[in-house]
Design a protein around this ligand. Structure first.
Ligand code: C2E
Ligand code: MG
Ligand code: MG
Ligand code: MG
Length: 288
C-alpha cells in the first residue's frame, strides 16, 4: 500500500502487518467495554514447594475471552491496557478476584500449609505501581474480603524497579510493612545491581524462565549453574526466598532443587487453570 503523500501514516507493506495494526487498534478500543461486560477471567498456576512437592498457593494470570478472537493471553492486551491507563481498573479487578479466591481456598484448607501461609500471587504493572491509589485500593480490598495481608504476594518485575526512586518504592514499603509479600519477577534479566536488592522491600526472587530453560541440557551450562548458585546464595543471605518459573521437566525441578531454590511453578506441575484445579493438587495433603 502506498504511503499517502505528506501524511504521517505508516507504510504498511504486507497485509499481515496491516491486520495486526487493525487488531491492535481494535483491541485497544474494545478494552473498556470488555472490562464492563466481564470478558476477563483469571487462571491460577500452583506454586509448589521444591522440597516436598506440596502446593502452597498460586499465581493469578489474567486472560481475555474476546467474542471474536477467542482467549487472548496477557501479552496481547496488557501492554495496550498500560498504554491507555485501563490497567489501573483492570489490575484492581484482578486483585479483588484473586484475593476473593485466596479467601475461598483459606476457608477450605486453612490459612497455612506445610510450606507457609496459603497465598495468592498477583502481578502488578509499572503503571499500577506509579498510581497513587495502589496502597489504599489494596487495603480496601483486603478489608472488604476479610483476608489477612499474608495471603497476598504482589509481583513486580525487576525491570520496573531498576533505578526506581524512593517515591516509587514508598507504596511497596507500606504494603510490605502491612505484611504483604513483594516478589521480584523475571529476576536475572534486568542487569540490576545486586547490592541494590537490599534497598528493595522484596521478600521473594522469581528467577526468570531463561535460567530454568538452561537447566534442560545435561550437563547444564556450567556458567548458568554458577550464576543460579550465586543468586540463590545471595538471596538466602538477604533472607529472600527463591521461586523458579517455567519448570517443564522433572530434570529441571531436580537440578533447581539441588541448587537450593525454594519453590517452583511450571507446566511440569500444572498449567494455569481454573481455581478448582488446585483442589486436585496436593493442597489438602500439605495441610494434613
Ligand atoms: P509472568 O508473571 O512471568 O508469568 C509467568 C508466565 O509464564 C505466564 O504466562 C505463564 O502462563 C507462563 N508459564 C508458566 N509455566 C510455564 C512453563 O512451564 N513453560 C512456559 N513456557 N511458560 C510457562 P502468561 O500467563 O502468558 O503471562 C505472561 C505475563 O503477563 C506474565 O508473566 C505477567 O508479566 C503478565 N501478566 C499476567 N497476568 C497479569 C495481570 O493480572 N496483571 C499484569 N499487570 N500483568 C499480568
Ligand atoms: Mg508473575
Ligand atoms: Mg515471572
Ligand atoms: Mg516471566
Amino acid at each position: 500500500r502506498a504511503k499517502s503523500a505528506g501524511g504521517n501514516r505508516f507504510e504498511l507493506a504486507d497485509p499481515e502487518a496491516d491486520a495486526r495494526v487493525i487488531t491492535r487498534h481494535g483491541l485497544t478500543t474494545a478494552l473498556p467495554a470488555a472490562l464492563e461486560r466481564g470478558e476477563f477471567f483469571i487462571e491460577y498456576q500452583p506454586l509448589v514447594h521444591l522440597g516436598d512437592g506440596s502446593v502452597h498457593g498460586a499465581e493469578a494470570l489474567v486472560r481475555w475471552l474476546h467474542p471474536q478472537h477467542g482467549v487472548l493471553g496477557p501479552d496481547r492486551f496488557i501492554p495496550l491496557a498500560e498504554h491507555t491507563g485501563l490497567i489501573v481498573p483492570l489490575g484492581r479487578w484482578v486483585l479483588e478476584q484473586s484475593v476473593r479466591q485466596a479467601r475461598a481456598w483459606r476457608e477450605r484448607y486453612g490459612e497455612t500449609t506445610a510450606a507457609g501461609p496459603l497465598r495468592i500471587n498477583v502481578n502488578l504493572s509499572p503503571c499500577q505501581l506509579a498510581h497513587p491509589g495502589l496502597v489504599q485500593d489494596t487495603v480496601e480490598i483486603l478489608e472488604r474480603t476479610g483476608v489477612a495481608p499474608d495471603a497476598l504476594c504482589l509481583e513486580v518485575t525487576e525491570s520496573a524497579l531498576i533505578g526506581a526512586d524512593d517515591d516509587l518504592l514508598k507504596p511497596l514499603r507500606r504494603l510490605a510493612e502491612m505484611g504483604v509479600d513483594i516478589a521480584l519477577d523475571d529476576f536475572g534479566t534486568g542487569y540490576s545491581n545486586l547490592a541494590n536488592l537490599r534497598r528493595l522491600p522484596v521478600s521473594v526472587l522469581k528467577l526468570d524462565r531463561s535460567f530454568t530453560q538452561s537447566m534442560q541440557q545435561f550437563p547444564a551450562d556450567p556458567v548458568d549453574l554458577k550464576i543460579v548458585e550465586g543468586i540463590v546464595a545471595l538471596a538466602h543471605s538477604l533472607d529472600l526466598a527463591v521461586t523458579v518459573e517455567g519448570v517443564e521437566t522433572g530434570a529441571q525441578a531436580e537440578q533447581l532443587r539441588i541448587l537450593g531454590c525454594d519453590t517452583a511453578q511450571g507446566w511440569y506441575y500444572a498449567r494455569p487453570g481454573p481455581p478448582e484445579r488446585l483442589h486436585e493438587l496436593a493442597l489438602v495433603d500439605a495441610t494434613a
